[in-house]
Design a protein around this ligand. Structure first.
Ligand SMILES: Nc1ncnc2c1ncn2[C@@H]1O[C@H](COP(=O)(O)OP(=O)(O)OP(=O)(O)O)[C@@H](O)[C@H]1O
Ligand SMILES: O=C(O)C1=C[C@@H](O)[C@@H](O)[C@H](O)C1
Ligand SMILES: [Mg+2]
Length: 298
């Protein structure tokens, strides 16, 4: 409340008038007729009219009954509330939410105001090969009806050649240039999407920073053994040849990138879990960043 108002309200008539205004406003918000409030609070309609008209010097006991009948704390009716941070309607709304709904509300508000500043473009999945970025990313896009974009696929489209050819022709620098170009393409063309980053994007600090700034990022991780087994199960043994060495390499890469992957906004560990189970958690972690404020209940 504004301090100047508090001072004005502290003299008798203004104080009573403010109580009257507050009672009328709360009753209206609750959709209660004066008759109904009268029977709920056991205060006569005539006296309620006097209270609302700022003409009654209401006792503490009646004030308590009145507040209880309208389902609000007494301090909502009293004018001087210097300690109160939130305006009553907002606090009232938040108090009615369950803990799970509050968890949902927080990122929604964060996202909403960030979106006003043009910050967020959706969700980006980062992590090492075989974590489940493609599998889970596709499911997420389909479920929430937003495009799923595999950055490596887009790089190949923009370059007009596959990743192997890019590497052969221009090496890592060329790949990094196309990677950045692909990310900017997504930011410009897609207001909301699920982006799968290549496992090594995090090693390119400027591109990674851009991704962190524009997306809600999730590190999709697994144990080294599962990363390895899943990639082998997909029939791709290229980076895993040599077995013990391959496993050592994988572990080393995970350690090397650990600090970068940890910069993600959230972490999803898919080790020893079913795809469905991992997806359910990913959905709850990211839904607020992929739905428009008008589609909260989607
Ligand atoms: N709990 C789980 N969550 C996600 N995927 C799982 C899970 N359990 C098993 N899988 C399997 O692991 C594989 C993950 O492969 P996927 O291609 O999605 O990984 P990726 O992170 O996209 O790797 P890459 O960096 O190579 O693109 C899929 O075949 C998927 O079915
Ligand atoms: O994890 C890695 O080192 C890589 C993963 C791929 O997605 C590509 O980003 C690239 O081939 C390197
Ligand atoms: Mg993938």
């Amino acid at each position: 409340m504004h301090p100047a108002n508090d001072q004005n309200e502290s003299n008798g008539p203004d104080y009573m008038a403010t109580i009257g205004d507050r009672v009328r406003a709360i009753r209206a918000r609750r959709g209660m007729a004066r008759k109904e409030l009268s029977s709920q609070s056991d205060i006569s309609e005539r006296y309620l009219a006097q209270i609302e008209g700022g003409k009654a010097n209401i006792s503490i006991m009646l004030l308590q009954r009145l507040a209880a009948a309208m389902g609000v704390p007494v301090q909502d009716i009293l004018p001087q509330q210097e300690q109160q941070v939130l305006p009553p309607p907002l606090r009232d709304l938040l108090e009615r939410l369950s803990p799970a709904q509050l968890d949902e509300a927080y990122p929604l508000l964060v996202r909403h105001f960030d979106m006003n500043k043009g910050q967020h473009c959706g969700v980006a999945l980062i992590g090492l090969r075989g974590g489940g970025k493609s599998r889970l990313g596709q499911m997420l896009g389909e479920r929430l009806n937003v495009p799923y974009i595999r950055l490596n696929g887009l790089i190949e489209q923009l370059a007009g050649m596959d990743i192997g050819e890019i590497m052969a022709l221009g090496g890592q620098p060329a790949y990094r240039r196309f990677e950045r170009e692909a990310l900017e393409y997504v930011i410009e063309r897609h207001p909301l999407s699920v982006v799968e980053a290549g496992g090594s994007l995090v090693s390119e600090s400027e591109t990674f920073q851009r991704l962190l700034n524009r997306f809600h990022t999730v590190w999709i991780k697994a144990s080294p053994e599962e990363h390895m087994q899943r990639v082998i199960d997909q029939g791709d043994t290229r980076p895993m040849q040599g077995h013990t060495h391959a496993m050592d390499d994988l572990k080393r890469i995970l350690v090397e990138r650990d600090a970068d992957y940890r910069r993600a906004d959230a972490v999803l560990d898919t080790s020893h879990r079913s795809v469905e189970d991992s997806f359910a958690e990913l959905l709850s972690l990211t839904r607020p960043y992929l739905t428009s404020p008008t589609a909260v209940n989607q």
